[in-house]
Ligand binder design. Sequence first.
Ligand code: ADP
Ligand code: MG
Length: 323
Amino acid sequence: MREFDLIRRLQEQVESSGPDCVLGIGDDAAVLDCPPGRQLVVCTDTLVEGVHFPPGTSPEAIGHKALAVNLSDLAAMGSEPGWFQLALTLPAADAQWLDRFASGLSALAASAGVRLIGGDTTTGPLSLTVTAIGLVEPGRALTRSGARPGDLVVVSGELGLAASALHRLGAGLEPDPSCRHALDYPQPRLRLGRLLTGLASACIDVSDGLLADLGHVIRRSKTGARIETGALPCPAALAQLPEQDRWALQLTGGDDYELCFTLPPEALGKLETLSAESGVALTVIGEVVESPGLQVVRPDGAPFDTPGAGWEHFSTTRQGAAP
Ligand code: ADP
Ligand code: MG
């Protein structure tokens, strides 16, 4: 397959036109109509085989995940997704691989209502870069910097499933199917992000692990936070793990693509409605505090020493290995 056939094949399978796309795939650049009274929200994320997904990941999952991690960033900003570009680096122009990749990509693009407006195609080791563009009402984008002492720390969905799958794969073991699914098919929390505008004081998506990402929020907000390990939601697939191993996995493992946000305490009563309307569980796991840094506390009140990556920024000591 030649480069041009490949682009046409992608275009046939992934929705690429719409009223606000004046000029899409086929020219030197795309031209978009920006609706009046909206700000653009733009993000880019790259996935590299062997770094961001294990070799042997299905083409459908790769197509889904390349877009999902970007939509997750748009969700964390409280924006409504509009368009995306796709820069593909492929070892070979394999039509069957491309069709399976396009089916994973187009299923998520259709459900999120985003259109493919262009990209780039080159040969080389498998890597995918998506740039996504969303819209938000002026001044309403959620940021990392608004957390205030007394705010609740809330997380959506479940944590640690993808990290558990990666850990098992790394040890040459078969992951639990629900963990493998979480790794391959992260669900961007777009509806939740939209509902949080004007409500959450800060928001981030959990891609590098809860502590690392919450660490960005407290530094940008010039605050600290206290997290209760006993409050972390316990997914069925991790219920067999010793508690400390599960906590370590949930606090430091990455690839969750859940939203972690801070909520002024007076909005606590809205959590149930928020959860029902967004279709995802919401759990209060701690509180924003004045003293800088992250405190992680066990149910008995003792500090939990968190092993794992990203964590030298915090005040606990490195111990043991992640499960
Ligand atoms: P140029 O050489 O001017 O950069 P290209 O030949 O790379 O243009 O691309 C031609 C058209 O195809 C452009 O509209 C570009 O956005 C689109 N395109 C190229 N690769 C992809 C891709 N992987 N997915 C979607 N559109 C693509
Ligand atoms: Mg050109």
